[in-house]
Design a protein around this ligand. Structure first.
Ligand code: HEC
Length: 262
């Protein structure tokens, strides 16, 4: 009986079992990753901020980045610009912009949009009158200028595979260090899983946001969850590595000794 518990105790390493050189190496790695993460946040801020025309980063900017916005379509830009004067009723501008925002579906086109364009636009925008202008007489012609823009599928796939490989590596090594902490095993097991789940959810929701703009909130929430859980692992590891008191380690040692679990 004594033998088996001894084996359990020796199986799992804790920070107190590692050399100072390894602690230094671990700490350098964790600090470099922490700083890298902050720089990644700054990069995200500068590439996404202001897409909605307002300074600063908002969920709206994330929405526009992945889903696009009516302003980025030729139809949206025209209706807010030179072509606005052709509308009989100004309120129809918002009807058209909203339709573009909601993926410019054929059903809604038939219900609301066709009537407006037939009345105000096809006097000039029909192949018979002006072959060089966008053809607004049919749904197929209208969708050509009503695409919501946003990130393209090939570029999403490219960024996703880089993220998956890169971040999986980073999370693995942070986790490898983190499991040397002394803490409740259940908490530890869940804490190790969370950043991976958050990363997958984040990337998955980029693709969904491309079609469903409201998923931008999931992009932001899961991204934040990944950052926070990663940050907590780094901080807990560094503090336990260097500042965990000897007595506390003794008590936990006994606990681990008895439970014989990791
Ligand atoms: C009196 C003729 C006329 C009417 C009516 C008209 N357009 Fe145009 N439209 C033009 C001309 C000419 C151009 C090309 C020159 C330009 O872009 O200003 C154009 C260009 C466009 C473009 C392409 C802009 C681009 O990106 O190149 C769109 C989209 C458009 N119109 C939408 C509309 C809509 C929607 C309506 C109805 C509300 C409308 N137009 C009514 C004459 C017209």
């Amino acid at each position: 009986m004594g033998e088996s518990t001894e084996i359990h105790f020796n199986t799992y390493r804790r920070f107190k079992n590692i050399s100072v050189s390894e602690k230094i190496l671990n700490t350098c790695f964790l600090l470099a990753i922490g700083i890298g993460y902050l720089v990644a946040l700054a990069n995200m801020y500068y590439t996404h901020q202001g897409l909605d025309g307002k300074a600063g980063l908002s969920v709206n900017d994330v929405m526009i980045n992945y889903h696009g916005s009516p302003d980025q379509t030729r139809l949206g830009a025209a209706i807010k610009g030179a072509m606005e004067a052709n509308l009989k009723y100004k309120s129809d501008k918002d009807v058209i912009l909203k339709w573009i925002q909601n993926n410019a579906t054929e059903e809604e086109y038939n219900d609301h949009i066709a009537a407006i364009l037939n009345r105000d636009c096809i006097g000039c925008h029909s192949p018979a009158v002006n072959p060089s202008l966008p053809n607004l007489t049919h749904y197929s012609g209208v969708t050509e200028v009503a695409h919501a823009g946003g990130v393209t599928l090939p570029s999403l796939i490219r960024v996703s595979h880089i993220h998956l490989f890169g971040i999986a590596f980073v999370l693995f090594f942070i986790g490898k260090i983190f499991i040397l902490c002394d803490m409740n095993v259940l908490v530890k097991r869940v804490a190790v899983i969370i950043p991976f789940v958050a990363m997958l959810l984040d990337i998955l929701s980029w693709f969904i946001t491309k079609s469903i703009p409201a998923f931008a909130y999931v992009v932001v929430a899961s991204g934040a969850l990944m950052g926070i859980s990663m940050g907590l692992q780094i901080l807990t590891s560094i503090s336990q590595m260097w500042f965990y008191s000897k007595e506390k380690q003794e008590t936990v040692k006994k606990y681990v000794y008895l439970k014989g679990t990791n």
